[in-house]
Write a protein that binds this ligand. Sequence first.
Ligand SMILES: *Cc1c(COP(=O)(O)O)cnc(C)c1O
Length: 393
Amino acid sequence: MNFNVDEKGYYGDFGGAFIPEMLYPNVEELRQNYLSITAEPDFKKEFDELLKVYVGRPTPLYFAKRLSEKYKTKIYLKREDLCHTGAHKVNNTIGQILLAQRLGKKRIIAETGAGQHGVATATVCALMGIECIVYMGELDIQRQAPNVARMKMLGAEVRPAQSGSKTLKDATNEAIRDWINNPVDTHYIIGSVVGPHPYPDMVARFQAVISEETKWQLAEAEGRDYPDHVIACVGGGSNAAGLYYHYLNDKRVNIIAVEAAGKGIDSGESAATSALGKEGIIHGSKTLLMQTPDGQITEPYSISAGLDYPGVGPMHAHLFRSQRAKFISIPDQEAMDWGLTLSQMEGIIPAIETAHAFAALDVCKFGPEEIVVFNCSGRGDKDLDTYIDYFKL
Ligand SMILES: *Cc1c(COP(=O)(O)O)cnc(C)c1O
Protein backbone atom coordinates (compact mmCIF):
# COMPACT_ATOMS: atom_id res chain seq x y z
CA MET A 1 0.00 0.00 0.00
CA ASN A 2 1.21 3.51 -0.84
CA PHE A 3 0.53 6.37 1.52
CA ASN A 4 1.33 9.23 -0.81
CA VAL A 5 -1.32 10.84 -2.95
CA ASP A 6 -2.21 9.08 -6.22
CA GLU A 7 -2.54 10.69 -9.64
CA LYS A 8 -6.22 11.40 -9.13
CA GLY A 9 -5.58 13.23 -5.87
CA TYR A 10 -6.64 10.41 -3.55
CA TYR A 11 -5.20 8.75 -0.49
CA GLY A 12 -7.01 5.42 -0.59
CA ASP A 13 -10.71 6.29 -0.32
CA PHE A 14 -10.05 9.88 0.70
CA GLY A 15 -9.18 13.17 -0.95
CA GLY A 16 -10.24 14.39 -4.37
CA ALA A 17 -11.51 17.84 -5.26
CA PHE A 18 -15.19 18.38 -4.46
CA ILE A 19 -15.55 22.01 -5.43
CA PRO A 20 -18.14 24.28 -6.97
CA GLU A 21 -17.74 24.52 -10.74
CA MET A 22 -16.88 28.22 -10.46
CA LEU A 23 -13.76 27.32 -8.49
CA TYR A 24 -12.55 24.73 -10.94
CA PRO A 25 -10.23 27.00 -13.02
CA ASN A 26 -8.36 28.21 -9.90
CA VAL A 27 -7.81 24.75 -8.46
CA GLU A 28 -6.99 23.29 -11.86
CA GLU A 29 -4.33 25.97 -12.47
CA LEU A 30 -2.68 24.96 -9.20
CA ARG A 31 -2.98 21.26 -9.92
CA GLN A 32 -1.35 21.60 -13.31
CA ASN A 33 1.55 23.70 -12.04
CA TYR A 34 2.44 22.89 -8.45
CA LEU A 35 4.73 19.95 -9.13
CA SER A 36 6.63 21.53 -12.02
CA ILE A 37 7.07 24.92 -10.33
CA THR A 38 8.21 23.49 -6.99
CA ALA A 39 10.68 21.23 -8.82
CA GLU A 40 12.39 24.16 -10.58
CA PRO A 41 15.94 24.72 -9.30
CA ASP A 42 15.24 28.43 -8.89
CA PHE A 43 12.18 27.72 -6.74
CA LYS A 44 14.03 25.20 -4.58
CA LYS A 45 16.93 27.58 -4.10
CA GLU A 46 14.72 30.44 -2.94
CA PHE A 47 12.58 28.16 -0.72
CA ASP A 48 15.63 26.60 0.96
CA GLU A 49 17.32 29.97 1.40
CA LEU A 50 14.28 31.55 3.06
CA LEU A 51 13.80 28.55 5.30
CA LYS A 52 17.40 28.98 6.36
CA VAL A 53 17.85 32.72 6.81
CA TYR A 54 14.27 33.80 7.56
CA VAL A 55 12.63 30.86 9.34
CA GLY A 56 15.81 29.68 11.04
CA ARG A 57 16.09 26.15 9.66
CA PRO A 58 17.28 23.53 10.17
CA THR A 59 15.47 23.37 13.48
CA PRO A 60 17.34 21.31 16.09
CA LEU A 61 16.60 17.66 16.78
CA TYR A 62 17.01 17.72 20.53
CA PHE A 63 17.66 14.65 22.69
CA ALA A 64 15.42 15.11 25.74
CA LYS A 65 17.61 13.61 28.44
CA ARG A 66 15.44 13.92 31.52
CA LEU A 67 12.30 12.81 29.74
CA SER A 68 14.18 9.85 28.24
CA GLU A 69 15.41 8.77 31.66
CA LYS A 70 11.99 9.00 33.19
CA TYR A 71 10.25 7.05 30.41
CA LYS A 72 13.16 4.65 29.80
CA THR A 73 13.35 5.19 26.05
CA LYS A 74 15.21 7.53 23.68
CA ILE A 75 13.17 10.65 23.16
CA TYR A 76 14.00 13.31 20.59
CA LEU A 77 12.12 16.55 19.98
CA LYS A 78 12.00 18.14 16.54
CA ARG A 79 12.01 21.79 17.50
CA GLU A 80 9.50 23.41 15.14
CA ASP A 81 8.67 25.73 18.02
CA LEU A 82 11.90 27.53 17.19
CA CYS A 83 10.71 28.54 13.71
CA HIS A 84 10.10 32.23 13.10
CA THR A 85 6.51 32.98 14.24
CA GLY A 86 6.71 30.13 16.74
CA ALA A 87 5.41 27.10 14.87
CA HIS A 88 5.69 24.95 11.76
CA LYS A 89 2.96 26.79 9.84
CA VAL A 90 5.40 29.21 8.24
CA ASN A 91 7.13 26.39 6.30
CA ASN A 92 3.95 26.07 4.26
CA THR A 93 3.15 29.76 3.85
CA ILE A 94 6.67 30.43 2.53
CA GLY A 95 6.22 27.66 -0.02
CA GLN A 96 2.80 28.87 -1.11
CA ILE A 97 3.77 32.52 -1.47
CA LEU A 98 6.69 31.59 -3.70
CA LEU A 99 4.34 29.47 -5.79
CA ALA A 100 1.77 32.29 -5.95
CA GLN A 101 4.43 34.71 -7.19
CA ARG A 102 5.44 32.34 -9.95
CA LEU A 103 1.80 32.00 -10.99
CA GLY A 104 1.69 35.81 -11.31
CA LYS A 105 -0.69 36.35 -8.38
CA LYS A 106 -0.86 39.82 -6.83
CA ARG A 107 -3.19 39.19 -3.92
CA ILE A 108 -3.33 36.59 -1.15
CA ILE A 109 -6.38 35.42 0.76
CA ALA A 110 -6.54 33.02 3.68
CA GLU A 111 -8.95 31.96 6.37
CA THR A 112 -8.05 31.38 9.98
CA GLY A 113 -9.70 30.07 13.13
CA ALA A 114 -7.28 30.57 15.99
CA GLY A 115 -5.33 33.12 13.99
CA GLN A 116 -2.08 31.15 13.81
CA HIS A 117 -2.34 30.48 10.09
CA GLY A 118 -3.49 34.07 9.55
CA VAL A 119 -0.33 35.31 11.25
CA ALA A 120 1.91 32.96 9.24
CA THR A 121 0.24 34.16 6.04
CA ALA A 122 0.38 37.86 6.96
CA THR A 123 4.07 37.37 7.78
CA VAL A 124 5.05 36.06 4.34
CA CYS A 125 2.88 38.67 2.59
CA ALA A 126 4.75 41.38 4.46
CA LEU A 127 8.01 39.68 3.53
CA MET A 128 7.09 39.81 -0.15
CA GLY A 129 5.11 43.06 -0.18
CA ILE A 130 1.89 41.40 -1.33
CA GLU A 131 -1.66 42.40 -0.37
CA CYS A 132 -3.14 40.06 2.25
CA ILE A 133 -6.75 39.54 3.27
CA VAL A 134 -7.55 37.13 6.09
CA TYR A 135 -11.11 35.97 6.70
CA MET A 136 -11.93 35.19 10.29
CA GLY A 137 -15.17 34.42 12.10
CA GLU A 138 -16.52 37.33 14.13
CA LEU A 139 -16.51 35.19 17.26
CA ASP A 140 -12.91 34.10 16.68
CA ILE A 141 -11.88 37.74 16.19
CA GLN A 142 -13.14 38.42 19.70
CA ARG A 143 -11.54 35.29 21.17
CA GLN A 144 -8.14 35.69 19.50
CA ALA A 145 -7.38 39.38 19.93
CA PRO A 146 -3.56 39.08 20.11
CA ASN A 147 -3.37 37.26 16.76
CA VAL A 148 -5.75 39.77 15.18
CA ALA A 149 -3.42 42.53 16.38
CA ARG A 150 -0.40 40.67 14.97
CA MET A 151 -2.03 40.33 11.55
CA LYS A 152 -2.95 44.02 11.50
CA MET A 153 0.52 45.01 12.59
CA LEU A 154 1.91 42.91 9.72
CA GLY A 155 -0.26 44.90 7.31
CA ALA A 156 -2.99 42.36 6.63
CA GLU A 157 -6.67 43.19 6.43
CA VAL A 158 -8.77 41.02 8.74
CA ARG A 159 -12.29 40.60 7.38
CA PRO A 160 -14.94 39.30 9.78
CA ALA A 161 -17.22 36.45 8.70
CA GLN A 162 -20.59 37.26 10.18
CA SER A 163 -22.71 34.33 9.03
CA GLY A 164 -23.54 31.02 10.75
CA SER A 165 -21.61 30.21 13.90
CA LYS A 166 -19.16 33.06 13.09
CA THR A 167 -16.19 30.67 13.30
CA LEU A 168 -13.77 28.87 11.00
CA LYS A 169 -16.18 27.25 8.55
CA ASP A 170 -17.91 30.57 7.95
CA ALA A 171 -14.54 32.21 7.32
CA THR A 172 -13.75 29.39 4.89
CA ASN A 173 -16.99 30.04 2.99
CA GLU A 174 -16.09 33.73 2.70
CA ALA A 175 -12.59 32.93 1.44
CA ILE A 176 -13.99 30.57 -1.21
CA ARG A 177 -16.48 33.23 -2.31
CA ASP A 178 -13.64 35.75 -2.63
CA TRP A 179 -11.58 33.32 -4.71
CA ILE A 180 -14.49 32.65 -7.07
CA ASN A 181 -14.83 36.41 -7.59
CA ASN A 182 -11.08 36.95 -8.10
CA PRO A 183 -9.89 33.93 -10.07
CA VAL A 184 -7.07 35.58 -12.00
CA ASP A 185 -4.98 37.65 -9.61
CA THR A 186 -5.55 35.89 -6.25
CA HIS A 187 -4.03 32.85 -4.54
CA TYR A 188 -5.76 31.20 -1.60
CA ILE A 189 -3.24 29.97 0.99
CA ILE A 190 -4.69 27.01 2.89
CA GLY A 191 -2.96 26.34 6.20
CA SER A 192 -3.05 22.59 6.67
CA VAL A 193 -3.16 19.33 4.70
CA VAL A 194 -6.85 19.87 3.98
CA GLY A 195 -8.87 21.26 1.09
CA PRO A 196 -9.28 20.02 -2.48
CA HIS A 197 -6.43 18.27 -4.29
CA PRO A 198 -3.66 19.45 -4.78
CA TYR A 199 -3.63 21.30 -1.44
CA PRO A 200 -3.12 18.34 0.92
CA ASP A 201 -0.19 17.04 -1.13
CA MET A 202 1.26 20.50 -1.74
CA VAL A 203 1.18 21.43 1.94
CA ALA A 204 2.57 18.02 2.95
CA ARG A 205 5.50 18.52 0.55
CA PHE A 206 6.30 21.94 2.00
CA GLN A 207 6.15 20.56 5.54
CA ALA A 208 8.18 17.49 4.53
CA VAL A 209 11.31 19.50 5.30
CA ILE A 210 10.65 18.40 8.90
CA SER A 211 11.31 14.71 8.24
CA GLU A 212 13.95 15.48 5.61
CA GLU A 213 16.00 17.16 8.35
CA THR A 214 15.07 14.53 10.93
CA LYS A 215 16.63 11.86 8.70
CA TRP A 216 20.11 13.36 8.55
CA GLN A 217 19.96 14.63 12.11
CA LEU A 218 19.12 11.14 13.41
CA ALA A 219 21.82 9.61 11.22
CA GLU A 220 24.32 11.95 12.88
CA ALA A 221 23.06 11.34 16.39
CA GLU A 222 22.20 7.63 16.28
CA GLY A 223 23.85 6.21 13.17
CA ARG A 224 20.54 5.43 11.51
CA ASP A 225 18.25 7.81 9.70
CA TYR A 226 14.92 6.45 10.95
CA PRO A 227 13.35 6.29 14.40
CA ASP A 228 11.10 3.52 15.72
CA HIS A 229 8.21 5.88 16.36
CA VAL A 230 7.14 9.29 15.10
CA ILE A 231 4.52 11.15 17.11
CA ALA A 232 2.66 14.37 16.36
CA CYS A 233 -0.57 16.12 17.24
CA VAL A 234 -3.21 16.33 14.52
CA GLY A 235 -5.54 19.25 13.94
CA GLY A 236 -5.82 19.34 10.16
CA GLY A 237 -2.61 17.33 10.14
CA SER A 238 0.16 19.44 8.59
CA ASN A 239 2.85 19.23 11.27
CA ALA A 240 2.17 15.50 11.51
CA ALA A 241 2.32 15.09 7.73
CA GLY A 242 5.67 16.88 7.76
CA LEU A 243 7.17 14.57 10.36
CA TYR A 244 5.71 11.41 8.82
CA TYR A 245 6.37 12.28 5.19
CA HIS A 246 9.68 10.53 4.49
CA TYR A 247 8.69 7.60 6.69
CA LEU A 248 5.18 7.01 5.31
CA ASN A 249 6.19 3.94 3.33
CA ASP A 250 8.92 2.76 5.73
CA LYS A 251 7.37 -0.02 7.80
CA ARG A 252 10.20 0.08 10.32
CA VAL A 253 8.69 3.31 11.60
CA ASN A 254 5.50 3.30 13.68
CA ILE A 255 3.30 6.31 13.18
CA ILE A 256 1.32 7.71 16.09
CA ALA A 257 -1.22 10.52 15.68
CA VAL A 258 -2.62 12.37 18.68
CA GLU A 259 -5.98 14.10 18.52
CA ALA A 260 -7.73 16.33 21.03
CA ALA A 261 -10.45 14.57 23.03
CA GLY A 262 -11.47 17.92 24.52
CA LYS A 263 -13.71 17.32 27.53
CA GLY A 264 -13.87 13.61 26.61
CA ILE A 265 -14.76 11.65 23.50
CA ASP A 266 -18.33 11.09 24.63
CA SER A 267 -18.86 14.55 26.09
CA GLY A 268 -20.11 16.17 22.90
CA GLU A 269 -17.24 18.64 23.28
CA SER A 270 -14.33 17.06 21.48
CA ALA A 271 -12.17 17.21 18.35
CA ALA A 272 -11.33 13.49 18.18
CA THR A 273 -12.13 13.08 14.50
CA SER A 274 -10.81 9.55 14.03
CA ALA A 275 -12.86 8.22 16.95
CA LEU A 276 -16.03 10.16 16.14
CA GLY A 277 -15.80 11.04 12.47
CA LYS A 278 -17.66 9.57 9.52
CA GLU A 279 -16.87 9.82 5.87
CA GLY A 280 -18.02 13.09 4.38
CA ILE A 281 -16.94 16.15 2.45
CA ILE A 282 -15.44 19.19 4.07
CA HIS A 283 -13.39 22.01 2.63
CA GLY A 284 -13.51 20.35 -0.81
CA SER A 285 -12.18 16.91 0.05
CA LYS A 286 -13.59 13.56 1.05
CA THR A 287 -12.33 12.65 4.48
CA LEU A 288 -13.39 11.78 8.01
CA LEU A 289 -15.28 14.48 9.81
CA MET A 290 -17.49 14.90 12.81
CA GLN A 291 -21.09 15.26 11.74
CA THR A 292 -24.65 14.79 12.88
CA PRO A 293 -26.63 11.77 11.59
CA ASP A 294 -28.07 13.98 8.83
CA GLY A 295 -24.64 15.16 7.73
CA GLN A 296 -24.32 18.60 9.35
CA ILE A 297 -20.79 19.38 10.45
CA THR A 298 -20.48 19.27 14.25
CA GLU A 299 -18.85 22.20 16.03
CA PRO A 300 -15.61 20.79 17.48
CA TYR A 301 -14.10 21.66 20.84
CA SER A 302 -10.59 21.57 22.27
CA ILE A 303 -8.81 23.78 24.79
CA SER A 304 -6.16 24.19 22.09
CA ALA A 305 -7.52 26.37 19.31
CA GLY A 306 -5.24 24.77 16.71
CA LEU A 307 -6.73 21.28 17.18
CA ASP A 308 -10.27 22.61 17.18
CA TYR A 309 -11.12 21.37 13.67
CA PRO A 310 -14.03 19.02 12.79
CA GLY A 311 -12.08 16.98 10.23
CA VAL A 312 -8.62 15.65 9.43
CA GLY A 313 -6.79 15.83 6.12
CA PRO A 314 -7.35 12.94 3.68
CA MET A 315 -3.82 11.57 4.22
CA HIS A 316 -4.63 11.08 7.89
CA ALA A 317 -8.06 9.59 7.19
CA HIS A 318 -6.26 7.00 5.04
CA LEU A 319 -3.54 6.39 7.64
CA PHE A 320 -6.30 5.77 10.16
CA ARG A 321 -8.52 3.53 8.07
CA SER A 322 -5.60 1.44 6.76
CA GLN A 323 -4.23 1.21 10.33
CA ARG A 324 -0.85 2.44 9.10
CA ALA A 325 -1.00 4.94 11.95
CA LYS A 326 -2.22 4.44 15.49
CA PHE A 327 -4.59 7.23 16.55
CA ILE A 328 -5.08 8.21 20.15
CA SER A 329 -7.04 11.08 21.66
CA ILE A 330 -6.10 13.03 24.73
CA PRO A 331 -8.41 15.11 26.94
CA ASP A 332 -7.73 18.77 27.77
CA GLN A 333 -6.66 18.03 31.32
CA GLU A 334 -3.90 15.58 30.35
CA ALA A 335 -2.65 17.89 27.63
CA MET A 336 -2.47 20.81 30.05
CA ASP A 337 -0.56 18.66 32.57
CA TRP A 338 1.90 17.76 29.82
CA GLY A 339 2.37 21.44 29.06
CA LEU A 340 3.58 21.85 32.62
CA THR A 341 5.66 18.66 32.61
CA LEU A 342 7.55 19.54 29.45
CA SER A 343 8.19 23.05 30.80
CA GLN A 344 9.62 21.76 34.05
CA MET A 345 11.48 18.72 32.78
CA GLU A 346 13.05 20.18 29.64
CA GLY A 347 12.68 23.95 29.94
CA ILE A 348 10.41 24.05 26.90
CA ILE A 349 6.96 25.66 27.23
CA PRO A 350 4.99 24.04 24.40
CA ALA A 351 1.89 25.17 22.59
CA ILE A 352 -1.14 23.35 24.02
CA GLU A 353 -1.55 21.60 20.65
CA THR A 354 1.98 20.24 20.97
CA ALA A 355 1.45 19.21 24.60
CA HIS A 356 -1.22 16.73 23.44
CA ALA A 357 1.39 14.74 21.52
CA PHE A 358 3.50 14.08 24.61
CA ALA A 359 0.60 12.40 26.39
CA ALA A 360 1.36 9.45 24.09
CA LEU A 361 4.07 8.62 26.64
CA ASP A 362 1.32 7.71 29.12
CA VAL A 363 -0.63 5.65 26.60
CA CYS A 364 1.98 3.80 24.49
CA LYS A 365 4.86 1.52 25.51
CA PHE A 366 8.36 2.17 24.18
CA GLY A 367 11.43 -0.03 24.64
CA PRO A 368 14.71 1.18 26.20
CA GLU A 369 16.63 1.00 22.93
CA GLU A 370 13.84 2.47 20.84
CA ILE A 371 14.04 5.94 19.32
CA VAL A 372 10.95 8.11 19.58
CA VAL A 373 10.70 11.43 17.74
CA PHE A 374 8.09 13.95 18.81
CA ASN A 375 7.18 16.91 16.69
CA CYS A 376 7.39 19.95 18.94
CA SER A 377 5.02 21.84 16.63
CA GLY A 378 4.89 25.19 18.42
CA ARG A 379 5.79 27.26 21.42
CA GLY A 380 3.47 28.15 24.25
CA ASP A 381 3.73 31.96 24.27
CA LYS A 382 0.36 32.29 22.53
CA ASP A 383 -1.21 30.03 25.18
CA LEU A 384 0.12 31.74 28.24
CA ASP A 385 -3.27 33.21 29.23
CA THR A 386 -4.84 29.75 29.03
CA TYR A 387 -2.02 28.29 31.15
CA ILE A 388 -2.38 31.16 33.64
CA ASP A 389 -6.13 30.60 34.04
CA TYR A 390 -5.80 26.83 34.22
CA PHE A 391 -2.93 26.56 36.70
CA LYS A 392 -3.74 29.79 38.59
CA LEU A 393 -0.16 30.95 37.91
C1 LIG B 1 -1.99 25.04 13.95
C2 LIG B 1 -1.20 24.24 14.89
C3 LIG B 1 -1.35 22.84 15.01
C4 LIG B 1 -2.40 22.07 14.26
O1 LIG B 1 -2.31 22.14 12.86
P1 LIG B 1 -1.79 20.91 12.01
O2 LIG B 1 -2.10 21.29 10.60
O3 LIG B 1 -2.52 19.70 12.46
O4 LIG B 1 -0.34 20.80 12.24
C5 LIG B 1 -0.53 22.14 15.86
N1 LIG B 1 0.39 22.79 16.62
C6 LIG B 1 0.56 24.12 16.55
C7 LIG B 1 1.59 24.76 17.41
C8 LIG B 1 -0.22 24.90 15.70
O5 LIG B 1 -0.05 26.22 15.65
